[in-house]
Ligand binder design. Structure first.
Ligand code: HDE
Length: 720
């Protein structure tokens, strides 16, 4: 035990000695005052069967601390998962920005937090929701936070509506139901009278809202920002994160089942990937618009319900982010990290997007009540790598011991220190935008086209994606209890796509309205002319945009994909090991699932370890299924209803399925066999790989790269 060494306390050494030791290291248990604890199992009592004494300061301290362990959760984005990493800039961007961390060759540590928006801290990862994508860059010019989402637009155009939006989507106030879900009256009531939300609704009802993994999501800064170069010249910019693994989602039915089987699915997936060295990566991209081109688009760059189609302004990739380290402590890092869109560095500035402007106030304000002190910047995860020098002092939980004799600026007492920095020393200066305007509560007419980009998004989706989106709105509106809300939403949908509206109406058993129901936009200020608030639809010419569909994402790798292997005694272990070696070589992982835990016997006489039993295994957390071959093994699996259900469920969710020698018989025992026996059945386009028809390994790998065979779902629904 290290603590036995005696330390001499001198005044000079006091602060060094005060450094906290790590919990769990080779040390004695102590109180918070450093007193060694003799007995941590029994409270102090009057006799061994007597009452506990108030005097027991050791127990009181322990329980008091415990009583106060929880802090208020974030009002939005409460459930999150985070990781450390590194950002490496490689683009030639100096023409547009002087931000040091964006210059080619620079490496900057980052901390990234992903989140859902509506649910509480303990809610499920797979809720249909927007995902937060916040990045803190610890640059040598100060911390820069890019606090974005996995969708490039937002529900509302002005920050003043944000509390209403969130009150509407959160559980209803009278009974706190439902948790982490938008499928309820208050949310859709708000949407039905807020036509500006229609574009975002298309994204939120698409499969983007149920990602396969946090590692397979795009990220967007959402607002238009400004970049500023050394000469002080500005341009507009939109920020993008593009995942190297492509953008992929699960099926809605699958999402609902994952929520029960493994509510930590995304958190676990991120943790395990980083833990195993399969570091998630994103490329960082910018869409740049010169100031002179600000008004050349059929939408307003300041409107956060609009994106800039990549066909109009391509994304230039200028850096790569790698997440390579899990947090050491969830609370200290993931929970206490405090992001703020106003944490800027020289070379980046705001635009006048009215949603962004409102955020600039909110984020510091919320940390004051969440983290409890204006000193939240001193929490280790929030500290700048630059030493902080200023005259701010004191407050709850102050960590820094400022030794200076005075704390005012300007001063003579400290010979003027700390000094203001000139521009050449890296001093931040806001972009000198000319503003000459009347003070009004108003919105520009250029914000009133609420539908054309919603239509653009819908038109850009593949048939399967359109199908999913339609079903998502059907699902949500079926949960809505008030018929008038359903009707109003349908009225708005007619403005996006007539067939979409008709298909949704059909499932609700009502007639599709001819157009908007009643006054389309009820968010009109008192005394204003309602005509000025009615939506317009500008012809945006571009009819579809490839980047908006996940069908066009990268499908070139099976890295980190997890394959479920169903096996039992008598498995053809030689063939199995060769298939597994091929999968692992390509970066995939696998789990062997057997009727029970322990070892299963291979035909070669060797044992194969079962990672999971059918009792706890579930198909929904896997990307693909392999039914191992071997006569006895196949017979044993056929006798297991859970194994049959496992395969049928994977088929229902459009996952690739491969069968080893003789395992075709297993498939024929399931509903999949009925499908396979139908005329003109094409196993390849259905993602089914059978041993004996070419190399199983390469065909299976090819199928896993495709992620899902959604066409299967349209052609035939399967009862599983
Ligand atoms: Fe946020 N948002 N937000 N938001 N937001 C918060 O700050 C807010 C908005 C986003 O992982 C809160 O520290 C207002 C858009 C993310 O810790 C709060 C408005 C976008 C996160 C807040 C918006 C976001 C937050 C709650 C309308 C995408 C999680 C806890 C003007 C660009 C950050 C906190 C993390 C968190 C306010 C709109 C993204 C209350 C007022 C648009 C990713 O300050």
């Amino acid at each position: 035990m290290k603590s036995k060494t005696k330390k001499t306390v001198t005044n000079k050494k006091l602060t060094d000695l005060q450094k906290n030791t790590e919990n769990g290291s080779n040390e004695f248990l102590t109180t918070n005052q450093g007193l060694k604890i003799l007995d941590n199992q029994n409270s102090l009592k009057a006799g061994d069967r007597g009452p506990t004494l108030l005097e027991d300061f050791i127990m009181r301290e322990k329980i008091t601390h415990f009583d106060h362990e929880r802090i208020p959760e974030r009002i939005v984005h409460a459930r999150g998962s985070a990781a450390h990493g590194i950002f490496e800039a490689y683009g030639n961007i100096s023409k547009y920005t002087k931000a040091g961390f964006l210059q080619a060759g620079r490496k900057t540590p980052v901390f990234v937090r992903f989140s859902t928006v509506a649910g509480s801290r303990g809610s499920t990862d797979l809720a249909r929701d927007v995902r937060g994508f916040s990045v803190k860059f610890y640059t040598d010019e100060g911390n820069y936070d890019l606090v974005g989402n996995n969708m490039p637009v937002f529900f509302i155009q002005d920050a003043i509506k944000f509390p209403d939006l969130i009150h509407a989507v959160k559980p209803e106030p009278h009974n706190e139901i439902p948790q982490a879900a938008s499928a309820h009256d208050t949310f859709w009531d708000f949407i039905s009278i807020m036509p500006e939300s229609m574009h975002m609704i298309m994204w939120a009802m698409s499969d983007r809202a149920i990602p396969r993994s946090l590692r397979m999501m795009e990220g967007f800064g959402v607002h238009t920002f400004r970049l500023i170069n050394e000469a002080g010249k500005a341009c507009f910019v939109k920020f993008h994160w593009k995942p190297l693994l492509g953008v992929h989602s699960v099926a809605w039915d699958e999402a609902t089942r994952i929520s029960g089987k493994d509510p930590d699915f995304h958190r676990r997936d991120l943790w395990e990937a980083i833990d195993s060295g399969a570091f998630p990566q994103w490329e960082f991209g910018v869409q740049i618009v010169e100031e002179k081109d600000e008004h050349k688009f059929p939408f307003d760059l300041l409107d956060p319900t609009k994106l800039i189609p990549e066909e109009l302004v391509p994304v230039q990739l200028i850096g790569k982010m790698t997440l390579n380290r899990n947090p050491d402590n969830f609370f200290a890092e993931t929970e206490q990290v405090a992001f703020h869109p106003g944490h800027l560095v020289p070379g980046i500035d705001f635009s006048n997007d009215p949603l962004l402007q409102g955020r600039l106030f909110s984020y510091t304000d919320t940390q004051l009540s969440r983290l409890g002190s204006p000193n939240f910047h001193e929490i280790p995860i929030n500290r700048s790598v630059n030493t902080v020098h200023n005259n701010q002092r004191d407050g709850h939980m102050r960590q820094q011991i400022n030794s200076a004799k005075s704390a005012h600026d300007p001063n003579n007492t400290m010979s003027g220190c700390p000094f203001q920095a000139g521009k050449k020393d890296g001093g931040f200066s806001s972009y000198t935008e000319r503003i000459d305007a009347a003070k009004v509560r108003a919105r520009s007419q250029s914000f009133f086209d609420h539908f054309s980009q919603a239509t653009l998004f819908f038109n850009s989706q593949s048939d399967a994606e359109k199908n999913h989106l339609t079903n998502a709105i059907r699902f949500e509106l079926s949960k809505v209890q008030t018929p008038a809300i359903r009707e109003r939403v349908l009225g708005l949908l007619t403005q996006v796509d007539k067939k979409l509206a008709a298909d949704v109406a059909d499932a609700l058993g009502i007639k599709v309205p001819a157009g908007p129901v009643g006054v389309m936009n009820m968010s009109v200020p008192a005394d204003a002319d309602p005509k000025k608030f009615q939506p317009i639809k500008v012809d945006q010419k571009l009819k579809s945009s490839a980047a908006l569909s996940m069908a066009n994402t990268k499908k070139d790798s099976i890295k980190t994909r997890c394959v479920a292997v169903l096996a039992a005694d008598g498995v053809d272990d030689i063939a199995l090991h060769s298939l597994l070696a091929a999968l692992v070589k390509e970066g995939a992982t696998y789990k062997v699932i057997a009727p029970k835990l322990g070892n299963i016997k291979g035909v070669s006489g060797a044992a194969v370890k079962a990672d999971q039993s059918l009792l706890i295994a579930t198909s929904v957390v896997y990307d693909a299924v392999f039914i191992a071959g071997g006569e006895k093994c196949v017979k044993a699996l056929i006798a297991e209803p859970d194994a049959l259900h496992f395969a049928e469920e994977a088929y229902k969710h459009c996952k690739p399925i491969a069968a080893g020698t003789g395992a075709e018989e297993f498939l024929h025992t399931t509903y999949i066999g009925t499908v396979m026996s139908s005329n003109n059945y094409d196993a390849v386009s259905d993602g089914i790989v059978i041993q004996g028809k070419g190399s199983v390994a390469s065909a299976f790998i090819g199928a896993i790269k495709q992620h899902r065979f959604w066409n299967r779902e349209i052609a035939r629904q399967i009862p599983a």
